[in-house]
Design a protein around this ligand. Structure first.
Ligand SMILES: Cc1ncc(COP(=O)(O)O)c(C=O)c1O
Length: 473
C-alpha cells in the first residue's frame, strides 16, 4: 500500500492550512453586562459558514495521524480505539450535571461513580478505589502520598525514605517517587528481563517505603516470582505498588490484589478505552487494600440505606483533583466495562495477547525476551530505532514506542492491542519488514510521505511555543 498524507499547501513556501483567525473576519459588536473597563466595543471574528468550518477541521485531521486513520501500536503508551458508543453515553443530557448539586438530586451520577469504584475494585482485587486522579502518573503520585500517610500513621514516616523502582520501569515511576519526596533506588533487571529476586532482597530494608512494579513488566513479561517479591517487601514493612499500565494483559485472569499488591493505579485510557491524558483529559483511579482505604483522596462515594452519598475517608490525604475527577472519562470507562462485562473484558485481554504474539511471529526484527503477553520489545539491531519509527510513518502506520526500555538495544516496544484484525496486523508486519530491509540513507531521510517532514523533536520539546502568537514572534 502506498500511503501519502494530505498536503493543503499555500502558494508561498509555507505548508499549512490557514488558521481560522487568518481567514476573512467581520467585526462583531460586543453586548455585555460586564463593566465597561472589562469589555471592548467590538471584536473581529472569522466569518465562516458551517461547511468552511467543517472543511478546516477535516483538513487538519488529514494532515495528522490518529487511531481513526490506522493502527497505533505504541507499546506501553497504548492508544486504544475509543469506541464511539462511549462518547454517546457521555453526551447524554443526564451526564451533564453540575458537580456542586445536592446529593439528593444527583443520585444517578453518584450511582455511576459508586458502580465504577466497585467494578475497578473487583477487577484489580482491591478493597477501595478513588476515582480522582486525572492520569496514570497522577495516580502514581496519589498512591505514593497514600503510602506516605500510612507509614507516617505507623510512626515510620521519617525512617522509610526510599522507593525502589526496576530499571525497566516507566519514567513516571521514579519521577512520581521523587516528587513525593523519596529517594529513588533503581533495581537492575535480571538477564531474562524480570526482577532479580536476590537483588531485591539486598535492596529492601527498613528504609523501604514502597516497591513499584509493572506486571507484566514493560517487556511484556509476567513476573513469575511475584508472590515471593510481595513477601520480601512486606517482611521488610514496605508496601507493594502496581503500575496498572499493563493490566489489559491480565483482565479477567489474574488480579494485582491477589498477587500481594497493596496499591495500584488503573490507566483507564489503556485498559478501558478512554482518552489519554494529553488528548483527553484522562483518568488514573487508584485502588488500595483495606489497611490503606482511610487515607484515600476525598470525597469517595458510598451507599447508605439505599442512598448514595459522598464521604471523606477518615484520614484522607485530601483532594488531588476537583470534585470526583474527570467525570466524562469516568462515564466512558463505566460504559465500556458495563458493555463488555466479565466475558468481554477477558476476551479483550486474550485478543490483546494473541495479537501481540501473532505480530511478533510475523516480523523479522529480533525479539530478545519471551514469552511476552500483550506487548513485545523488538530490537532494531544495527538500525536506529528512531529512524525506523520515522520510516514506518511512510507505510501508513504509527510506529511503536522507541528506545525504551533501555535494557533492549534500539528498542521497538510494540503493542497492537486487541482492536486490530489479522489484515491490519499483516499490514503492520509488512511495514516492519519493509523498513528492516532498508538502508540507512533511506531511513535517515524519512518520513517522505507525511505532511510534515522530520521535525527537530528535541527543540520542539525544549523550546515550547504553544501559541500562534509565540510562533509568529
Ligand atoms: C508503564 C507506564 N506507567 C505509567 C504511565 C503513565 O500513565 P499516564 O500517561 O496516564 O500518565 C505510562 C504511560 O504511558 C506507562 O506506560
Amino acid at each position: 500500500m502506498i500511503y501519502t498524507q494530505a498536503k493543503w499547501e499555500r502558494e508561498d513556501e509555507n505548508l499549512y492550512e490557514p488558521l481560522l483567525s487568518e481567514k476573512d473576519g467581520k467585526e462583531v459588536e460586543v453586548d455585555s453586562s460586564l463593566p465597561d473597563e472589562l469589555t471592548r466595543d467590538s471584536l473581529e471574528l472569522p466569518d465562516l459558514s458551517e461547511p468552511e468550518l467543517a472543511r478546516h477541521y477535516t483538513r487538519l485531521s488529514q494532515m495528522n495521524y490518529g487511531i481513526d486513520s490506522g493502527p497505533y501500536p505504541l507499546g506501553s503508551c497504548t492508544m486504544k480505539y475509543n469506541p464511539k458508543f462511549t462518547e454517546d453515553v457521555a453526551a447524554l443530557p443526564s451526564a451533564s450535571v453540575h458537580p456542586d448539586r445536592s446529593e439528593g438530586s444527583v443520585q444517578g451520577t453518584l450511582e455511576l461513580l459508586h458502580g465504577l469504584q466497585d467494578y475497578l475494585a473487583r477487577i484489580g482485587g482491591m478493597d477501595a478505589v478513588s476515582l480522582q486522579p486525572p492520569a496514570g502518573a497522577a495516580g502514581e503520585f496519589t498512591g505514593i502520598l497514600v503510602a506516605k500517610a500510612f507509614h507516617e500513621a505507623n510512626g515510620e514516616g521519617e525512617r522509610r525514605t526510599e522507593i525502589i523502582v526496576p530499571d525497566s520501569a516507566h519514567g513516571t515511576n521514579p519521577a512520581s517517587a521523587a516528587l513525593g519526596g523519596y529517594d529513588v533506588v533503581e533495581l537492575p533487571s535480571a538477564e531474562d528481563g524480570r526482577v532479580e529476586v536476590d537483588a531485591l532482597e539486598a535492596a529492601v530494608g527498613e528504609r523501604t517505603a514502597l516497591f513499584m512494579l509493572t506486571n507484566p513488566n514493560t517487556l511484556g513479561l509476567f513476573e513469575r516470582d511475584i508472590e515471593r517479591i510481595a513477601e520480601i517487601v512486606h517482611d521488610a514493612g514496605g508496601l507493594l505498588y502496581y503500575d496498572g499500565a499493563n493490566l489489559n494483559a491480565l483482565l479477567g485472569r489474574a488480579r494485582p490484589g491477589d498477587m500481594g499488591f497493596d496499591i495500584m493505579h488503573y490507566n483507564v485510557h489503556k485498559t478501558f478505552a478512554t482518552p489519554h491524558g494529553g488528548g483527553g483529559p484522562g483518568a488514573g483511579p487508584v485502588g488500595v487494600a483495606e489497611k490503606l482505604a482511610e487515607f484515600l483522596p476525598a470525597p469517595r462515594v458510598r451507599k447508605t440505606n439505599g442512598t448514595y452519598e459522598r464521604f471523606d475517608p477518615e484520614r484522607t490525604i485530601g483532594k488531588v483533583h476537583g470534585f470526583a475527577g474527570n467525570w466524562f472519562v469516568l462515564v466512558k470507562a463505566y460504559a465500556y466495562i458495563a458493555r463488555l462485562g466479565d466475558e468481554g473484558l477477558s476476551d479483550a485481554s486474550a485478543k490483546a495477547v494473541l495479537n501481540a504474539n501473532y505480530l511478533a511471529s510475523q516480523i523479522e526484527y529480533d525479539v530478545p525476551h519471551e514469552p511476552f503477553h500483550h506487548e513485545f520489545v523488538a530490537s532494531a539491531g544495527d538500525q536506529d530505532a528512531a529512524d525506523v519509527a520515522k520510516r514506518m510513518l511512510d507505510y501508513g502506520v504509527h510506529p511503536p514506542t522507541t528506545k525504551w526500555p533501555e535494557i533492549v538495544s534500539e528498542a521497538l516496544m510494540t503493542e497492537p492491542t486487541e482492536i486490530e484484525n489479522r489484515e491490519t496486523l499483516d499490514h503492520l508486519a509488512e511495514a516492519f519488514n519493509a523498513v528492516a530491509a532498508e538502508d540507512d540513507e533511506t531511513l535517515e531521510a524519512a518520513p517522505e510521505r507525511t505532511t510534515a517532514r522530520r521535525i527537530d523533536q528535541a527543540s520542539a520539546a525544549r523550546n515550547l511555543r504553544l501559541s500562534w502568537r509565540a510562533l509568529s514572534e
